[in-house]
Design a protein around this ligand. Structure first.
Ligand code: GTP
Ligand code: MG
Length: 635
């Protein structure tokens, strides 16, 4: 289905290269800059970030060298060895060894090395040589080696390894020129039998280890670890101070999402109001006016308003990712998560799920153990995805007063923080139940390389934000628009009979379905308008907001016509209903695209069914309890 991948960067186009063009695979340790190089070579915009395990899929691109040679190029997940066990490492192994169905072995390999950290990659190079393909070693990040006063000798390395060695700076313009020139000199005809690679024995591994150490000694000099990284880590990884800083950062993010975004949101809201009013005056009363004003402007406009919040959330995520903090956060959370049975590696997939559960579920490929991975996939959608943000904001701004408490903290931001925490907390509880009570498994030890801190690069940040905005706007212009038109239609057709009283929507299909389902949702305090909005919300959660806008716009009579959604809700809903809806959305049954991805990643319909079932149950229970406790407390 097309809605299935709203958060993935567009596939790279390869329009000008023939199928017969030779294929080169980018292989290397995690976080060495493979994707950054891939982007430079092909002009693609695949995700680059400063932690291991960003790329979990095979991506294809192409370029033409200055000599006019067309080549296809593959970006692959990082791996330390062809013996890797996790699903992402298996992708790399299978591509390099030609084990993938219908796919030949790559014609050549570019091994990408983080030049500041050569020890592990030299072993990988030795292993890759036994595959028997022409190979180039790209010493990437030489800019950092130079800045630290280190030295790497590419000529000597080339002699020792018997393959061409070039230096690159993947994040600099022209930083891959030497690599491109080396590709031009490659002799693709030099085929060697690939079945030369086999699982190495312990002795072979030890021998390779010693050989790598010897070569490293001869060819590279590093003045020790970067001091900045060490110094910062003493504070940021501190068991107490580090955790305190992590929570302070998270808290700051939600405050910022609320306060910084407000002016821009008001502007968009005013703009949408203006467009709606203009259309209402300019067009004669009728179907077209209703479609444009009540369906498109009210519906899509009410979703667009949230763009600033989503961009601010992503600004923080991208900055932290580029800086190299994410892996640290995983490290800090490991002890806490181990208590619940989740693997330390689950942290980054869970964190990615704040954007959207889809990349989060895919990022779980870095987890080797199948049950650890399943547990992570099953709880990932409990993380508050950005599509839930509009629902939260709408309800919070209508019902939570905008004042400060506890000496300067915004109450609205605090409630938002509480909702996100409820998502995280419930994920930990569900994982605990699964891993400790159902599967009774101890988590496996957690090994992860911590990247050196790097200053976020403004261009990368800007590009990342631009991509998010693009994804959001594309969604608003396609699926959300389409659903809004559908909802408008279902809410306006059929028209009421002659002489009917009350709002016309009561006679429409949506109105009838809403009324019909209401008994099911009355125990949790939902009215029929909410019920109508929940259904399209399963396709894309933020549509629930647009649907409410349309449903209330079409129910409006007299005074209320053209009024903004927020004051309508504040007047129409009771506080327990509002709280119950928030509780519902913490667990909100999965959107269709997440279920589709879970099906793909687990290769079975059973797991998406389990996920849907348990989340729907939790959502109903949580909303039920919230509604009744709130009703009781307020009377
Ligand atoms: N200073 C500097 N930074 C670089 C260079 N190449 C990559 N980076 C940064 O290194 C980090 C990792 O880059 P990626 O391209 O995501 O690495 P990758 O090898 O694709 O990582 P995985 O997909 O996780 O295996 C990012 O923060 C990049 O901006 C370089 O030549 N110089
Ligand atoms: Mg990558």
């Amino acid at each position: 289905m097309n809605v299935a991948a709203p958060d993935l960067a567009p596939e790279t186009a390869t329009p000008f290269v023939l199928d017969s063009a030779p294929e080169i695979a980018l292989v290397g340790c995690p976080n060495s800059g493979k994707t950054a190089l891939f982007n430079v070579l092909t002009g693609a915009r695949q995700k680059v970030a400063n932690y291991a395990g960003v790329t979990v899929e095979r991506k294809e691109g192409a370029f033409v060298t200055p000599a006019g040679r067309s080549v296809k190029i593959l970006d692959l997940p990082g791996t330390y060895s062809l013996r890797g066990r996790s699903p992402d490492e298996a992708v790399t192994r299978d591509v390099v060894l030609g084990r993938l169905d219908g796919e030949a072995i790559p014609d050549a390999v570019i091994c990408v090395a983080d030049a500041t950290n050569l020890r592990l990659v030299l072993r990988l190079v030795l292993e890759l040589k036994s595959v028997g393909r022409p190979m180039i070693l790209a010493l990437n990040m030489v800019d950092i080696v130079e800045r630290l006063g280190g030295r790497v000798d590419p000529e000597r390395l080339s002699q020792e390894l018997g393959i061409p060695v070039v230096t690159t700076v993947a994040v600099r313009k022209g930083g891959a020129d030497d690599l491109i020139a080396a590709v031009d000199r490659l002799d693709f005809g030099r085929r060697v039998d690939v079945h030369g690679w086999s699982e190495p024995t312990g002795d072979e591994i030890r021998a390779a280890h010693a050989e790598a150490a010897r070569i490293l000694q001869a060819c590279a000099f590093h003045p020790g670890d970067e001091k900045l990284t060490r110094r910062l880590d003493r504070v940021l990884l501190h068991p107490v101070a580090g955790l305190a800083i992590l929570f302070a950062i998270l808290f700051l993010v939600f405050q910022a999402v609320f306060t910084w975004a407000a002016p821009a949101m008001d502007l968009i809201k005013a703009g949408a109001g203006l467009v709606g009013d203009t259309l209402r005056i300019a067009l004669p009363d009728g179907i077209l006016r209703s479609l444009l004003v009540d369906g498109v402007v009210a519906g899509v406009g009410s979703v667009l308003v949230f763009l600033p919040q989503i961009l601010i959330l992503f600004l923080f995520i991208i900055l932290l990712e580029d800086f190299g903090y994410m892996a640290r956060a995983a490290f800090l959370m490991d002890r806490l998560m181990a208590g619940t049975g989740l693997h330390g590696r689950a942290f980054i997939p869970l964190l990615s799920s704040f954007a959207c559960a889809i990349p989060g579920v895919m990022a779980a490929r870095v987890i080797e153990n199948r049950r650890d991975r399943l547990a992570t996939i099953l709880v990932a959608p409990l993380m508050t995805c950005s599509a839930r943000l509009p629902v939260y904001t709408l309800v919070i701004s209508a019902f939570v007063p905008d004042r400060t408490v506890l000496g300067g903290m915004g109450l609205q931001g605090l409630v938002m923080f509480a909702l996100f925490s409820a998502g995280i907390g419930s994920a930990l509880v569900v994982a605990f139940v699964l891993k400790k009570l159902v599967w009774r498994e101890a988590p496996e030890p957690f090994l992860m390389e911590l990247p050196d801190y790097k200053w976020p690069r403004p261009w990368n940040v800007a590009l990342g934000l631009w991509q998010r905005a693009e994804v959001f706007l594309r969604r608003a212009g396609t699926i959300i628009l389409a659903l809004m038109v559908l909802i408008w239609f279902l809410s306006s057709w059929p028209a009421p009979p002659e002489g009917a009283v009350g709002p016309a929507i009561d006679w429409s299909i949506a109105g009838r379905v809403g009324h019909w389902l209401t008994p099911l949702f009355a125990p949790i305090g939902f009215n029929w308008q909410i019920v109508v909005a929940l259904i399209p919300g399963m396709a894309a959660r933020e549509v629930a907001v647009g649907a409410l806008a349309t449903v209330y716009a079409l129910s409006a009579t007299g005074e209320e016509v053209g009024q903004a959604l927020q004051p309508i809700l504040a007047a129409e809903w009771s506080l327990p209903t509002a709280l119950s809806l928030l509780a519902w959305f913490v667990f909100a049954p999965q959107c269709a695209s997440t279920l589709a991805v879970v099906k793909r990643e687990t290769n079975s319909w059973a797991w998406p069914a389990v996920m849907f079932g348990y989340m729907a149950t939790l959502a109903y229970l949580a909303a039920f309890l919230t509604f009744h406790i709130a009703t009781w407390a307020l009377t």
